[in-house]
Design a protein around this ligand. Structure first.
Ligand SMILES: Nc1ncnc2c1ncn2[C@@H]1O[C@H](COP(=O)(O)OP(=O)(O)OP(=O)(O)O)[C@@H](O)[C@H]1O
Ligand SMILES: [Mg+2]
Length: 273
């Protein structure tokens, strides 16, 4: 059985559509029959909330506590033992969720010296061999938890939304990936543009700046459309919506997933599927 492709979404804090992208990609993976684990690494638990996980629930925080991070230890075996209890199914076929858990906020304050700890936990728990795809949603902050997450991933990308600092945030994300590449071969898959309304001049200006900075590192673009927002808010798979706008946009997410995130790592014969 081949190993999962593990994908982290980066870029700064605050509504840059990280969760929306991981959520929508998971919906397309579900529709394509790709066995997927969504992992909520954001102490604010937005992704877990989408799937109606109660606020007091256990989750990744519990796993890291079991590994001893709050006691300044790093026992990956003990953490791995706790993983199975925390994974839950979702209404989406082939998609499971490991929620953040109420204690992740506390855990995120702790400095973890072993940057490989989360990867080791997931490896020992068999996550990379059990799934085809692992999607990690970060809260966009830096610090130990973000580092652990980047080490647990194989591929990184960053969304750019039409806010004035979005290009800067994506540039910082790329720099973080470059720095980590000295120790871990995290592949930079580039950026995606999302939520731009080209009838708005400020959006056009920011989009031009993004093209200037990233050029052909821009791997996909999804314009601002109500249906994208609604599917995210209602925890629906975008491609299930029957109107042509939704199905067309779902295809953009699906293409990006297959070609830019899973394609390279999954192709054994050089053919990107
Ligand atoms: N293509 C699009 N069409 C419509 N709305 C969009 C599109 N792209 C992004 N958005 C909007 O951007 C918002 C992004 O919110 P999201 O929770 O994904 O951000 P985030 O980066 O995860 O934030 P945080 O840093 O708090 O985790 C969505 O609620 C949605 O309204
Ligand atoms: Mg988020």
């Amino acid at each position: 059985m081949s190993e999962a492709v593990s994908v982290v979404v980066l870029s700064g804090k605050g509504g840059t559509a990280k969760t929306l992208w991981q959520h929508t990609l998971a919906g397309e993976a579900s529709r394509a029959g790709i066995s997927t684990l969504l992992l909520d690494v954001d102490p604010e638990r937005n992704l877990s909330n989408r799937f109606h996980v109660p606020a007091h629930s256990s989750g990744l925080g519990t796993v890291l506590e079991a590994a001893g991070v709050t006691a300044n230890e790093g026992d990956a075996e003990a953490g791995a033992k706790a993983v199975a209890d925390e994974i839950r199914s979702t209404p989406w076929a082939h998609v499971d969720l490991l929620p953040a858990g109420a204690s992740l906020n506390g855990v995120s304050q702790v400095a973890v010296p072993d940057t490989w700890l989360l990867r080791d936990i997931l490896t020992i728990a068999g996550i990379y061999s059990r799934y085809d795809l692992v999607l990690l949603d970060t809260g966009g902050r830096t610090g130990s938890l973000a580092t652990l997450t980047m080490y647990a991933a194989d591929v990184a990308y960053a969304p750019i939304t039409p806010t004035t600092d979005a290009v800067l945030k994506a540039r910082e994300a790329r720099s973080r990936v470059e720095r980590i590449q000295r120790a871990h071969p995290l592949r930079w898959a580039g950026v995606v543009l999302t939520g731009f309304d080209l009838r708005t001049s400020v959006d056009t200006v920011i989009r031009d700046a993004a093209f200037e900075e990233f050029g052909d590192e821009i791997r996909a673009e999804v314009p601002r459309r109500v249906t994208v927002h609604e599917a995210f808010q209602l925890t629906e798979r975008l491609g299930d919506r029957t109107d042509v706008i939704s199905t067309g946009l779902a295809e953009i997410f699906r293409e990006f997933l297959r070609r830019d995130l899973m394609g390279v790592a999954n192709s054994k014969d050089g053919v990107i599927r």
